[in-house]
Ligand binder design. Structure first.
Ligand code: AHZ
Length: 298
């Protein structure tokens, strides 16, 4: 093993701002005045404009974990003309990537995923076959900030996908044509409140990155299986070497209109889990973006 002392530190200080910090006069300090309704309108008019704009999206990404946000980053950068909606059921993004594993901070990525980290401009330590970012939260927040800065992306967080839209094509075959959404807090109360109907987003391409099975995970794979449209095979036990290659290799359109990436794929194909090593999540996201681009590059 390479000791931390000899490990190379890459990209030192690339994220530190060189701008001169503002100077405040605390004796005369006062905020500019505001009326409460201005705050409400500033938020609601933008949110409802976004709901209107993204009701027809070019790509919907379900799940803003490491796979989903990596896919969003590549796709939105490559095609500024595409409207990309990200639906995340949690308030916070990141999924299993606010910690590197168990309750530890550092995040391990096997090479060649170091190239993605270079592209983000993140500092990391090189340990030979793998690299280490000092905190998983640094990775996911940097990635998320870059995604959200792009003009063609909208993140709808605290919103979950609770069903899929299906259509028959000209040949009579079923394909996915969008997602059915609801506020997550509403979705959690379908058992104790009378019918609270959802909202919808139409899209030619869905990239599903909802992680492995859990209270909400593997959503699209489980829904397709419940409809008898896909055979579901439960995730295999942990094998880092097999799992990471298999996830990236098999990232694909698993059902017409639905590309599956990250750990959700293990619930479809029975791939092993890899535990706390994130190279496959990042590169599965990159591959999913490339699969989506094929649809729009025609
Ligand atoms: O909240 C979920 C998380 O942020 C979100 N999500 C799940 N169901 C959803 C739904 N609608 C909207 N119905 C939903 N959002 O999807 C995100 C999944 O993130 P994740 O980190 O769980 O998945 P990933 O595939 O990006 O990364 C997996 C990370 C893992 S798990 C693992 C192991 O168990 O061995 N190893 C790694 C690297």
């Amino acid at each position: 093993p390479v000791s931390l002392k000899t490990a190379n530190v890459h990209n030192k200080s690339s994220l530190v701002s060189k701008a001169t910090p503002a100077v405040y006069d605390w004796d005369t300090f006062k905020f500019a005045p505001i009326r409460e309704s201005q705050v409400s309108r500033a938020m609601t008019k933008r949110y409802f404009a976004d709901l209107d704009k993204y009701a027809e999206s070019d790509v919907v990404i379900v799940g803003a974990g490491s796979a989903g946000l990596s896919a969003a980053y590549v796709l939105a950068k490559a095609r500024p003309d595409l409207k990309i909606a990200i639906i995340e059921s949690n308030v916070a993004v990141g999924g299993g990537c606010f910690l590197g594993g168990q309750l530890f901070s550092a995040m391990v990525l096997r090479k060649p995923a170091d190239q993605f980290i270079e592209d983000l401009g993140l500092e990391y330590e090189d340990e030979g076959n793998f690299i280490v970012v000092k905190h998983a939260a640094l990775f996911i927040t940097t990635l998320c900030s870059k995604v959200l800065a792009l003009p063609n992306v909208k993140l709808f967080n605290a919103t979950c996908v609770e069903d899929l839209i299906t259509r028959k094509d000209a040949a009579g075959a079923t394909r996915i044509a969008g997602v059915v959404t609801n506020w997550t807090l509403v979705s959690m109360h379908h058992d104790d409140q009378s019918c609270m109907d959802p909202n919808t987003i139409n899209s030619k391409v869905i990239i599903s990155c909802t992680g492995h099975d859990g209270p909400m995970g593997a959503f699209c794979v489980k829904r397709l299986a419940s409809l008898g449209l896909l055979k579901r095979n439960a995730m295999g036990a942990l094998d880092m070497n097999k799992a990471e290659d298999a996830i990236v290799k098999n990232t694909r359109e698993v059902f017409p209109g639905l590309i599956c990436a990250g750990m959700e794929l293990s619930e479809c194909d029975s791939h092993n889990r890899m535990g706390p090593t994130f190279g496959a999540m990042v590169l599965s996201g990159v591959k999913a973006a490339e699969e989506a681009l094929k649809v729009y590059d025609l």
